[in-house]
Design a protein around this ligand. Structure first.
Ligand code: AMP
Ligand code: FE
Ligand code: FE
Ligand code: ZN
Length: 273
């Protein structure tokens, strides 16, 4: 039977606010039967989520979200069905997380230079054991009462081009596609509607990406239809999801609203062979 699948979710293993258990419970309440947790540079939630999924009767697909760069443009790739025990994949994820930590330190230093007394410790308290990112820095700034709001943190300081912005360590899409594919997975261009021009999109297709995330909160219905067109034209796979981070970043209602069908997931499984 055709049911709802959300293949883009974050937990405390990256910049989400919920642990896997709570996330799966909420996902089930929202009517989803298949999910993928796609934490940034981290597959720590996967084993836990699969076990919880078995208990709740939900299908959990191993996933991960990687950051790549095309010139100065940041392109996110989603990897599904990866063997999360793959050595090379885990070595790279560990490297990305170590580089994220160094970058958080550089951002904190820049903020200190702007007379904002944020400490790395306050940021790491937000990140816990998960991949540290700018959302943790923004939340720490709010918690420490150094800024008025989460969004203000990005607008004034840590957003792209702002004075405390620091680039993330990124590999090329080609390298990320190979990493995912060598770990037995399928790669998807995440939320292309955010900033990816058509020429870049076609370049990624040439480099061997398996599919496109057609459904995403940042995509209008027209955008979604447009990407579905590209998917069928190039014999690609279609994915989609809510990019839910736990409800604190204005994404409270996203769960259960942005989904693909479990039939789409079956098509992915067929492509895997
Ligand atoms: P990072 O991976 O550390 O670069 O953090 C990227 C995340 O920060 C994104 O996934 C968004 O959740 C958040 N983010 C980036 N830019 C903004 C912005 N201008 N306003 C609010 N959140 C943002
Ligand atoms: Fe995120
Ligand atoms: Fe993303
Ligand atoms: Zn995401």
């Amino acid at each position: 039977m055709d049911e709802k699948a959300d293949l883009h979710l974050h937990t405390v293993y990256s910049d989400g606010t919920l642990p896997p258990e709570t996330l799966l419970q909420e996902a089930r309440l929202a009517g989803l039967t298949t999910i993928s947790i796609t934490d940034h540079d981290n597959t720590g939630a996967v084993d836990e989520a699969i076990a919880i999924g078995e208990r709740l009767g939900m299908d959990v697909i191993p996933g991960v979200e990687l950051s790549t760069s095309v010139g100065s443009l940041e392109v996110h790739l989603l990897g599904y069905f990866v063997d999360h025990r793959n050595r090379k994949l885990q070595d790279y994820l560990a490297l990305f997380r170590a580089e994220r930590l160094k970058r958080a330190e550089r951002i904190v230093n820049k903020l200190n230079g702007l007379n904002i007394p944020l400490t790395l410790e306050a940021v790491l308290r937000q990140a816990g054991t998960g991949s540290v990112g700018r959302p943790h820095i923004a939340t720490a700034l709010v918690e420490e009462k150094l800024i008025g709001s989460y969004h203000e943190a990005f607008l004034k300081y840590i957003g792209f081009g702002r004075p405390a912005y620091e680039e993330k360590y990124q590999i090329s899409p080609r390298e990320a596609i190979a990493l995912i594919s060598d770990a037995g997975g399928l790669s998807f261009i995440a939320h292309p509607g955010n900033a990816i021009e058509e020429t870049v999109l076609l370049g990624l297709i040439k480099e061997g990406v398996d599919g496109i995330e057609v459904v995403h909160p940042s995509h209008s219905m027209e955008r979604t239809a447009h990407y579905r067109g590209i998917v069928s034209e190039y014999f690609l796979l279609a994915s989609g999801g809510s990019d839910f981070h736990g409800g604190k970043k204005g994404d409270r209602d996203a769960l259960g609203r942005y989904y693909i069908s479990t039939a789409d997931v079956e098509v992915m499984r067929h492509r895997l062979g």
